[in-house]
Design a protein. Structure first.
Length: 424
């Protein structure tokens, strides 16, 4: 669903949040939104965020889940609109640093906001990719996973102004009303086609955004710089990701298959082929990705600390699945799911989702062996032989009555897959 008017945006922002809380009836939401018709139309978009970024009812304030392991995860979120021409700014204030237990982490690295810009449909990890630009509280600017000194550190109580000049291809920042200079001058001309959106990446902070001159904390650095909400319609682009209005409009995909068979690869290709669906990939790999350490690639994490990371990631993953089952967004659950009882239990958590697909990947033995060896070689990820053998002996082919609306077998056809599973 594409959102065009302020009432649409207000409605979905409130709807999403109140449905998750179970606190508001649909007719209240619509009335609330209609009353704000002349008010704000720029918000943070909870449909374009990590699940553990918790947007408040004003749709401008966001807090990072920060207990039970979540304090180690970075959470990204984009706004509901961007711009494709002109010079525009938004502000973000760090309301508070969350109290966290991270004894092994330096105090200055426990609570961090990184703020900046990215195009729609890009990675939520701001500053890690070639098409996103951020400035973080440690005093580093980041682009394409390259970090450089800029502007000094900032933290609790500070207000950061983020300025995009689409025509000049530059990004600048302000800190508490002081202009900090140009941080980046490499925003490509394609930004005028895709648009550029406000984007936050946070860990253990609560922050509030402002997109309007009426509610500004500080003045822009010059008359030519406007606030985002001053953008005319022909300069604005809408965040194009799917916004399912309820669980019945959302899609759940459960992957099923032995370790190394290609489930994660299938999920990544499916997500690339369907970017507007904006699938959330639920799995321990995704949790470990969110635990990223500055400039440390995932492969090295796996090789050095795989078992430790998995033990940390598993309870976090379980909590994310619990949240996901109540959230109207498109989900992919990336685990082996070969045990029938476990599969049924997981599908039951998503029983209200309108579409529930079980995608089972079965290969012949040679191909499975090749893929397993490739994963061990490239990622340093080993699954003990006894664990794999236990899965093989308990692998039961999925059925619709496990809790699905569709069964799919993208590699070996269904008849061959069922026969192969029976022979494993």
């Amino acid at each position: 669903q594409v959102l065009h008017s302020p009432s649409d945006v207000g409605a979905w922002a409130q709807l999403h949040l109140s449905r998750a809380e179970g606190t508001m009836a649909d007719d209240e939401v619509v009335e609330d939104a209609a009353a704000d018709e002349d008010e704000a139309w720029m918000f943070l978009d909870p449909y374009d965020s990590h699940l553990d970024a918790r947007v408040e009812r004003d749709a401008l304030t966001v807090e990072a889940l920060h207990e039970d392991g979540f304090q180690y995860l970075w959470k990204g979120i984009r706004a509901n609109y961007g711009v494709k021409k002109g010079i525009y700014m938004y502000e973000v204030k760090i309301l508070e640093n969350c109290k966290v237990k991270m004894p092994e982490t330096k105090p200055e690295n426990r609570s961090i906001l990184r703020c900046g810009f990215s195009p729609p449909l890009s990675s939520l990890f701001l500053g890690d990719t070639a098409d996103s630009w951020g400035w973080g509280g440690t005093g580093k600017k980041s682009h394409n996973n390259n970090f450089g000194d800029y502007g000094g550190p900032f933290g609790e109580g500070d207000v950061i102004g983020c300025i995009i000049d689409i025509d000049q291809g530059s990004i600048s920042y302000m800190k508490n009303g002081q202009f900090m200079g140009v941080a980046f001058d490499n925003v490509p001309p394609t930004a005028a086609e895709t648009g550029i959106m406000p984007h936050l990446l946070l860990k253990n902070v609560k922050v509030k955004c402002n997109f309007s001159r009426k509610t500004k904390w500080f003045d822009p650095p010059g008359d030519q710089v406007k606030f985002f909400e001053e953008a005319p319609e022909d300069a604005v682009v809408v965040n194009p990701v799917d916004h399912p209005q309820n669980l019945a409009e959302a899609e759940f995909i459960l992957l099923c298959g032995l370790p190394g068979c290609g489930k994660t690869y299938w999920a990544q290709k499916h997500m690339e082929a369907n970017p507007l669906k904006n699938y959330l990939l639920l799995g321990t790999n995704s949790v470990i990705d969110q635990m990223k350490v500055m400039n440390v690639k995932r492969q090295r994490n796996y090789a050095d600390r795989w078992q430790e990371l998995i033990s940390q990631a598993t309870p976090i993953f379980n909590k994310l699945v619990e949240i996901a089952g109540k959230t109207p967004r498109n989900m992919i659950l990336d685990q082996t799911n070969v045990y029938q009882n476990a599969r049924r239990r997981k599908a039951a958590s998503f029983s209200e989702f309108g579409t529930r697909r079980c995608v089972t990947i079965v290969n012949d033995e040679d191909q499975l062996q090749q893929r397993t060896e490739k994963r061990e070689r490239e990622e340093g990820k080993f699954v003990p032989v006894h664990a794999v053998n236990q899965m093989r002996s308990n692998f039961v082919a999925p059925e619709l009555e496990d809790g699905f609306t569709n069964l799919e077998f993208p590699e070996l056809p269904e008849t061959d897959s069922r026969q192969s599973i029976g022979n494993i």
